[in-house]
Design a protein around this ligand. Sequence first.
Ligand SMILES: Cc1cc2nc3c(=O)[nH]c(=O)nc-3n(C[C@H](O)[C@H](O)[C@H](O)COP(=O)(O)O)c2cc1C
Length: 269
Amino acid sequence: MPESDKSFDKEGLGNILLVAVSLCLVCAIVVSTAAVLLKPQQKLNQELDQKQNILRAAGMLPEDSNVDPQGRSIDELFGQFTVRAVDLRTGRFTDEVDPASYDPIKAAKDPARSMELSDTQDIATIGRRENVSLVYLKESEGGVDKLVIPVRGYGLWGTLYGYLAIEGDLSTVAGLGFYSQKETPGLGGEVDNPAWKAQWHGVSLFDQSGKPAVRLVKSRSPEGSMAAGYEVDALSGATLTTRGVQNLVQFWTGDLGFGLFLENLKSTT
Ligand SMILES: Cc1cc2nc3c(=O)[nH]c(=O)nc-3n(C[C@H](O)[C@H](O)[C@H](O)COP(=O)(O)O)c2cc1C
């Protein structure tokens, strides 16, 4: 080795450590800069995704397109909705939270902003229910045109999160869609099958006494009968997911969900 290279031993421990630490530092800077720079875009994408899910549940956006048949974009279509906060304890609108930044699912984890459900109350197996939730209202001169509510409940493998869209009569389903679920593809995962989802359109939510009445059934009641109006086909080979979906729809349209709010809204429109 020439005399000049003796002082610089590139395979020495100190040098190896220096290179490793420098590389880690550079990578850490690159990753954190990317994370910070991409955060606003990620937030925008999340919001767009949420708008898309709400519009799909409401039947205003086809399953396979980002524009409606008239060519209107997600933002344009979602602009027809007003987002309002609702106090689920009173069934009334509230200004207690800012709907633009409020997260009902986060609130449900906070004992100060949610209630613990007893076993008999907790038919959707969610543990706690937030005090305040959000609704998405599409209004026209004649009153409510469509109302979309967030819903969630346990299936077989995890919680299904979605939106239930209700027609202006506040009693008939416009559509149901899940944006997050862990059920098995081909079994419980069929909750995402467009053909199964299409059956929800027109289903009656409440019986004559106003109680949640939706049933997921293996064999349908005779066509034209009152019972048939509440029915959707069960998912074959997925009894547990089916039960979960029935329970979550019944929970969120019941007194502990949006039931009081729906009653109040009916009486004011
Ligand atoms: C690998 C595997 C995955 C399953 N995934 C689901 C599921 O996502 N949802 C569900 O309800 N049942 C699922 N099941 C079936 C349940 O264990 C149970 O047998 C079923 O819900 C009974 O439905 P059936 O009465 O319609 O046959 C799965 C079973 C296996 C073996």
